[in-house]
Ligand binder design. Structure first.
Ligand code: GLV
Ligand code: MN
Length: 218
């Protein structure tokens, strides 16, 4: 095999079997790309506003300093600092949430299609759990200063098991991890998932499905 054929082989192999990457979002190709949210969404992320128009304010965000309102059926509130609320994150492959919990509050089972999650408990006591694609459940009760990690795409939750309120901050390796909240996905979608699907999937009668839907105002 001559040197040209060898190089060709290497190029083909590299294309067929790219090196594994741990990042969820692609790497940026410039220092920054503050999202122009008024532009229509491009194929993968948002267009950048002109560099000359970037200001210090584009790189700072105080939305996570405010306590979330936990007066809802779950008793928990997720406040997101992602590209939609903090456009300076555009293309940087990261974002954060603040999660406030009332006493007994639950951040209900959900999953993030585009990111792994790590989190730290700031206040209170949380039962943090996730379930693998083989239906294995992992969990632990954490208190202030303790961390957790949720592998990308796995269903997880946090339940406040302490005596008072709780607070956690979470971080993601995507500027827009997405969050599919299972109870809302299945019971409060638009249009509704057909009763036939839900009664069969959960092996219950229609009354049970309607009872669950009514809790979500459906
Ligand atoms: C917690 O699970 C979060 O998504 O912030
Ligand atoms: Mn999550």
């Amino acid at each position: 095999m001559n040197i040209i054929s060898l190089i060709l082989c290497l190029v083909v192999l590299t294309l067929l079997f790219p090196l594994p990457s741990n990042s969820a979002d692609p790497d940026p190709l410039q220092d920054f790309c503050v999202a122009d949210l008024s532009a229509s969404e491009a194929v993968n992320g948002f267009p950048c506003k002109p560099v000359s128009k970037a200001t210090s304010d584009d790189f700072f965000f105080d939305g996570l300093s405010k306590k979330g309102n936990t007066s809802n059926v779950f008793g928990a509130k997720v406040t997101s600092a992602n590209v939609l609320t903090f456009p300076g994150l555009n293309t940087l492959g990261l974002s954060m949430n603040r999660v406030d919990f009332a006493r007994g509050g639950l951040n209900p089972p959900h999953w993030h299609p585009r990111a792994s999650e790590s989190g730290v408990v700031i206040k209170g006591k949380l039962l943090v759990g996730f379930v693998t694609t083989r239906n294995v459940y992992y969990s632990k009760v954490l208190s202030a200063g303790q961390m957790f990690v949720i592998p990308r795409g796995l269903v997880h939750f946090q339940l406040n098991v302490g005596e008072g309120k709780a607070l956690a901050f979470t971080a993601f390796n995507s500027h827009l991890p997405g969050s599919a909240v299972l109870p809302l996905n299945l019971f409060a979608s638009t249009p509704l998932v057909p009763d036939q699907v839900l009664t069969k999937a959960f092996q219950v009668d229609e009354d049970v499905i309607n009872g669950i839907r009514s809790k979500f105002g459906v």
